[in-house]
Design a protein around this ligand. Structure first.
Ligand SMILES: NC(=O)C1=CN([C@@H]2O[C@H](COP(=O)(O)OP(=O)(O)OC[C@H]3O[C@@H](n4cnc5c(N)ncnc54)[C@H](OP(=O)(O)O)[C@@H]3O)[C@@H](O)[C@H]2O)C=CC1
Ligand SMILES: C[C@H](O)[C@@H]1OC(=O)[C@H](O)[C@@H]1O
Length: 254
């Protein structure tokens, strides 16, 4: 069964990792897809080619989500290409691991701007377009298990993920009257570019695997199903919710 037939799905940070898997997952479920990315031209274009090979349409729009104009441009280009916006997956993010006491102010500022301001601008731009269209929509934000737990080298990052989770709760209230649902996914540790260096530490990686009840770290494709589900009419009565996708890591404290 195709869950997103005829829908237009926008994904920020769609060149690699979770965003790319979500974009391809949406296309496999019948959607036309617009991806945003900031640097990886080749990977963005290969994502588009993969979607087109599935028989769906796709565009890539380059831009830094930290800038508000990137959001309005992304939505405008998607409308120009596909005529409407049904789903926004706000996913783009960075996590430059660093100790707390000597954290550079630029690193804090950039992480907040990309992860939190970027999500805010994208969600707001998509919501305005959906309200204008008048037939509702779905917004899925990629928050994190880090919205709920801390990380020694992520003091600048975990507050942004708690912020994204909170943004979805407030947006669900603000947008419910327009038929727009807002939910977040909270991935655990997923093997992507963002943590390649951090998880090159075999001891750390083994420890993370061991504390995951399902016995492995996540792959980007593990997020595609939950994101497609929340974006689809299967989740028609789900809004303001947060779905942990972590192989059980969060509940395994003792
Ligand atoms: N991997 C994990 O363990 C977890 C990840 N997450 C979240 O998942 C999301 C995706 O990360 P993940 O797939 O792991 O990492 P990747 O590094 O593989 O993907 C990050 C994506 O975001 C894009 N991006 C980064 N900065 C910007 C920017 N300023 N403007 C536009 N696009 C940008 C990248 O584009 P480009 O390639 O062009 O740089 C890329 O497409 C992030 O929000 C992250 O916080 C949450 C929980 C766990
Ligand atoms: C990038 C990290 O490995 C990853 O990001 C998150 O949000 C998770 O909590 C992991 O720490």
């Amino acid at each position: 069964m195709k869950l997103l037939d005829g829908k237009t799905v926008l994904v920020t940070g769609g060149s690699t990792g979770i965003g790319r898997a979500a974009a391809i997952g949406a296309a496999q479920h019948g959607a036309n897809v617009a991806i945003n990315y900031v640097a990886s031209d080749e990977k963005a274009h290969s994502c588009i080619a993969e979607i087109e090979a599935l028989g769906r349409k796709a565009i890539a729009v380059k831009g830094d989500v930290a800038l508000p104009e990137t959001a309005t441009e992304f939505v405008a280009k998607a409308v120009e290409a596909f005529g409407k916006v049904d789903v926004m997956v706000s996913n783009a993010g960075i996590c430059p691991f660093h100790a707390f006491l000597d954290m550079p102010v630029e690193t804090v500022d950039r992480t907040f701007r990309v992860n939190l301001h970027g999500a805010y601008y994208m969600v707001q731009a998509a919501a305005n377009q959906m309200v204008k269209q008048g037939h509702g929509g779905a917004i899925v934000a990629v928050s994190s298990i880090s919205a709920l737990v801390g990380g020694e080298f992520q003091t600048h990052y975990t507050p942004t993920k708690a912020g994204v989770h909170s943004l979805m709760q407030s947006a669900a209230i603000a947008l419910g009257k327009h038929g727009i649902r807002c939910n977040s996914v909270l991935p655990g540790t997923i093997l992507t570019e963002i943590n390649k260096d951090d998880l090159a530490d075999e001891v750390k990686r083994h420890h993370m695997e061991e504390r995951t009840p399902l016995g492995r770290l996540g792959m980007p494709e593990d997020l595609a199903g939950p994101i497609v589900f929340l974006a689809s009419d299967m989740a028609a009565y789900v809004t303001g919710a947060a779905l942990l996708v972590d192989g059980g890591m969060f509940v395994n404290l003792q």
